[in-house]
Every structure is written in C-alpha cells, then in structure tokens.
Design a protein around this ligand. Structure first.
Ligand code: GTP
Ligand code: MG
Length: 193
C-alpha cells in the first residue's frame, strides 16, 4: 500500500463524538503500553503521527487517522493500566465498549498483545468480549524484537493457547524496531481496502 496521505481527523472522548460512520475503520485494541500508537506510526511510515510514550496511559481518546482519503485507522486508549484513576478507567472502558456495542459501521479489529508476556486477565476478558460480539480480530504480537527468534515461536504458541486460537487464526508477530509484520498487516488489509 502506498501511503499518499495520513492525517488526524478527530479525537473523540466519547461515543457521540465519533465521526460519521462512512468509511471502513481499522481499530486497535490492546492493553496500555502494548504499542498501539507505535503500530500506527510504523505501518504508515510516519514517525510521530500518533503520540506514543514509555509511560502507559498515553492515548486518552479514540483518535481517527484518515489514510489516503479512503479509510480510518482508529487508535484507542489502552485498558488495564493499574495506576490509572478509577474515573479514567471507567471512561476508557466505556468508550471501547460503546464502540464495540454501538458503532454502526464496517470495522476490522486488530488485537495487540505483548509477545513477551502471557496475555493478562484483562487481555483474555477483552478477547472473549470481542468474540462474544462476533468480532474476530487479527492478533498482533508486539515488541518481537525484545525476544530471540526461538523464544518468539515458543511465546507465540503459549499466547495462541491462552487465547484459544485455532490453527488458521491469523497471528502477526510485529516489531517497530525491525519493521517486522508490516507487510503481513498490509497484505491482510488490502483484501478489504
Ligand atoms: P497507550 O496509549 O498508553 O494505551 O499505549 P500504546 O499501546 O499506544 O503504546 P505506545 O505505542 O505508546 O508504546 C509504548 C512503548 O512501547 C513506547 O515506549 C514504544 O516506543 C514502545 N514500543 C512500541 N512498539 C515497540 C516495538 O515493536 N519494539 C520495542 N522495542 N518497543 C516498542
Ligand atoms: Mg497509545
């Protein structure tokens, strides 16, 4: 995919502020700090379009990026950040679930999990909440560069088991440092875009 343009359109703090549902949306869901915003910058080859941080809890709104005047990539707040205030947790969670329950549009979910760790309780809950809604996400395993090649395979197997994935479910190991997974992401998306 040639990225001719990519620009932020809206930062929505609540459901009523989402833009008109008039284009396909690629939505990123995952715990805080897993690498959602970095993923966006990497696949769009834009260094700092989406704001990232080494401290969890950076993205606080649903940020809509319009790509090639054609489709949206939606950066969501993360879940499961222990130190977030109760109010923040409730607001982020409501935004995500309102989206999943009420967004009347075609969207694809990419579900991001840190390849280094077993999925957390929150990850497993979110993943099953997606399936319950008949949303079948593409699983992206982030920060692959932090593991050796053999450990990556072993860890992917564990994550597949914990999320109860079938063999033919798509899993994309990803790394911003190695530009790993970017081609697989676009290969998948080009079927829809
Ligand atoms: P929230 O907005 O807080 O939910 O986090 P996020 O999921 O958007 O994470 P973000 O993209 O801000 O990245 C969190 C941290 O992980 C940053 O310090 C990134 O530089 C780092 N990071 C993201 N992807 C990778 C990767 O593939 N490899 C390495 N080594 N670091 C990464
Ligand atoms: Mg973010």
């Amino acid at each position: 995919m040639i990225i001719k343009s990519a620009e932020i359109i809206t930062s929505a703090a609540k459901f009523s502020q989402l833009p008109e549902p008039d284009r396909l949306e690629l939505v990123l869901i995952g715990k805080s700090n897993v690498g959602k915003s970095s993923f966006i910058n990497n696949i769009l080859s834009r260094k700092s379009l989406a704001r990232t941080s080494s401290v969890p809890g950076k993205t606080r709104t649903a940020n809509y990026y319009l790509v090639n005047d054609d489709f949206y990539i939606v950066d969501m707040p993360g879940y499961g950040y222990a130190k977030a205030s109760k109010k923040d947790k409730a607001v982020f969670s409501k935004l995500i679930y309102d989206f999943l329950d009420r967004r009347d549009n075609d969207f694809i979910v990419f579900f991001l999990v840190d390849l280094r760790h077993e999925p957390t309780k929150n990850d497993i809950k979110m993943f099953s909440d997606l399936l319950e809604r008949d949303i079948y996400p593409v699983v992206v395993l982030t920060k692959a560069d932090k593991l050796s090649k053999t450990k990556r395979k072993a860890q992917e197997k564990i994550i597949r088991e914990k999320l109860e994935l079938d063999e033919d479910d798509i899993v994309i190991p990803f790394s911003t440092e190695e530009n790993l997974g970017r081609d697989a992401v676009w290969e998948f998306l080009e079927k829809y875009i």
